[in-house]
Each structure stands twice: as structure tokens, then as C-alpha cells.
Design a protein around this ligand. Structure first.
Ligand code: NAP
Length: 259
């Protein structure tokens, strides 16, 4: 299927690795020019080079911390008036309720709530003026099924979900869609880190922690960044213009609800 976005431009935040990279690669495969961002320059340039090797899209990189005001300003200046925005940042650390103080919540809100809101607010006006835009936020299964050790993530991402539910409908008539993609367990560095923490807390090996986590997924495996990116590209496509304010779960069947 031709997704109808060849020649569009996309800013994909936090995209040198993992799910953000998967989204960037899938958009490039559809002929979308890219602005990629991450803090570490080496992986960012390696990802950009790998995308240039397999496609003829323009790839711009901007190394910056997307959760800081200065980082957001630098990324927005490099990106200009893009057609597609994918918001993303690293997730908060795991812990338990006694660990989390005000500063921890502020950091999580900055990264996973206020940063996507700032990026959306900055780029929506030009998308609306042009009558076309796609915004996809990478959130988490945690907004449907909160994960106890990820209380900071549960709290911040629930706030973003509420924000998007309202704003997506406020701007829907302008040709701009805003939706959330909710990853369940995907095979990335983030998941490997969570397996390490789990293994040391429970006195088991990382392989055992991974096996136990895999057993919670009816599909019997973790998701891949490629699969996640394909869903993102479809949500960013011309074909998905009637999908507004949705929360689309990619979790291999782990969430047990009917809807
Ligand atoms: P990942 O494999 O660790 O990749 C994170 C990417 O984001 C890297 O490119 C990293 O590069 C970049 N990044 C992190 N913090 C950044 C910042 N402050 N500014 C700019 N770039 C930043 O993580 P992932 O698994 O793709 O996860 C992406 C998001 O989905 C996270 O919020 C995560 O919590 C959430 N999530 C993931 C899963 C899963 O199973 N993987 C499940 C649910 C939710 P640098 O470190 O160089 O900046």
C-alpha cells in the first residue's frame, strides 16, 4: 500500500535507537525526509548513515536533550515546519512508591509529559495552517495497564493521554491528527535495562528475567522496532486521516481486556 506521504518531512524525537529509530526507518522507507534527534552524537550519526544507505531521503541530525528547553529550541530550529512529528524520550527509572519524591516526578513530567506537549504546541500551528499534519506520541502500555515499578511513567504518561484526548479533537477539523502508540514489551535497550534491574532485585539471571517477561506475552516473544515503526508510518499516512485521539496498543496480546 502506498501510504501517500512521499516527500513529506518528519521530526522523530529520540530516534537513534529503539522504537524512535524504528519509526524513523519506516518513514524513510515511505520517502519521508527526516530530522533525527538523540543526545549521543555517535549513535545518532550511525543511524542517519544507515538510513541514507538504504533510501534517498534527506536526513538531518540534531544532537540535543529533547527534555530541556534549550534542546527543544535547537531541535525545532533544525526541523522547521515539518509535516509529521513523532514525540519520544527515554522512560523514567523503575522503583517503588517510597523512592519517588517531588523532584523525581518533575523530571518524569518534564520528559514524558511536558516535552511532548511543548513539541506539539510548537509545531501544531504550522501544520494547521497548511491543512495537513500527523502527530504520534510514543507512550506506553502503562496508560492502559499501569506497571507498578514504573509509577513515574504511569503518572506522567497518563497526563499526556488526557492532554491528547482533548487537543486531538480540538484540532481534528484542520487536517491534523494526533494519536498515541502504546508499546508493550519491545526488544530494545530499555527493556534490557529493565531486565537487569529485575534480575538483580530478584536474585536471578538476566536470561531468567527475560524468559519470565516473555512468558507474559501471548505472542510468545517481544515486539520489534520494525513492527512498531510500521504502525507509526501507517498512523502518519494519508490513509489514517480519520484516526483521531486514539491509543493504539502494540503488546502481543498481553493486555487481557476485550478493548
Ligand atoms: P531505547 O531503546 O533506550 O532508546 C531510547 C532512544 O531515545 C535513544 O535513541 C536515546 O538516545 C534517545 N533518548 C533518550 N533520552 C533522550 C533525551 N532526553 N533526548 C533525546 N533523545 C533521548 O528506548 P525504547 O525502548 O525505544 O523506548 C522509547 C520510549 O518508549 C521510552 O520512553 C520507553 O520508556 C517507552 N517504552 C518502551 C517499551 C519497550 O518495551 N521498549 C515499553 C513501553 C514504553 P540517547 O541516549 O543518545 O539520547
Amino acid at each position: 500500500m502506498d501510504l501517500g506521504i512521499k516527500g513529506r518531512t518528519a521530526l522523530v524525537c529520540a530516534s537513534s535507537k529503539g522504537l524512535g529509530r524504528g519509526c524513523a526507518e519506516a518513514l524513510a522507507a515511505e520517502g519521508v525526509d527526516l530530522v533525527l534527534n538523540a543526545r549521543g552524537n555517535e549513535a545518532l550519526e550511525a543511524t542517519a548513515a544507515s538510513i541514507r544507505d538504504v533510501s534517498d531521503v534527506a536526513v538531518t541530525t540534531i544532537a540535543a536533550d529533547i527534555t530541556s528547553e534549550a534542546g527543544q529550541a535547537a531541535v525545532l530550529a533544525a526541523a522547521g515546519d515539518v509535516d509529521i512529528l513523532v514525540t519520544n524520550a527515554g522512560g523514567p527509572p523503575p522503583g517503588t512508591w517510597t523512592d519517588w519524591d517531588r523532584d523525581d516526578f518533575i523530571a518524569a513530567f518534564d520528559a514524558n509529559l511536558l516535552t511532548p506537549i511543548a513539541m506539539i504546541k510548537a509545531l501544531l500551528p504550522s501544520m494547521m495552517a497548511r491543512g495537513w499534519g500527523r502527530i504520534v506520541n510514543i507512550t506506553s502500555v502503562a496508560v492502559k495497564a499501569p506497571i507498578p515499578v514504573l509509577g513515574l511513567s504511569n503518572t506522567a504518561r497518563s497526563g499526556l493521554t488526557g492532554y491528547v484526548a482533548g487537543v486531538a479533537r480540538q484540532v481534528a477539523g484542520s487536517g491534523v491528527t494526533i494519536n498515541n502508540l502504546l508499546p508493550g514489551l519491545h526488544d530494545t535497550d530499555r527493556l534490557a535495562m529493565l531486565d537487569q534491574v529485575d534480575a538483580s532485585a530478584r536474585g536471578i539471571s538476566e536470561a531468567e528475567a527475560r524468559e519470565a517477561r516473555t512468558a507474559t506475552v501471548p505472542a510468545g516473544r517481544f515486539g520489534t522496532a520494525d513492527e512498531f515503526g510500521a504502525a507509526c508510518a501507517w498512523l502518519c499516512s494519508d490513509k489514517a486521516g480519520f484516526v483521531i485521539g486514539q491509543n493504539i496498543l502494540l503488546d502481543g496480546g498481553a493486555f487481557p481486556g476485550a478493548m
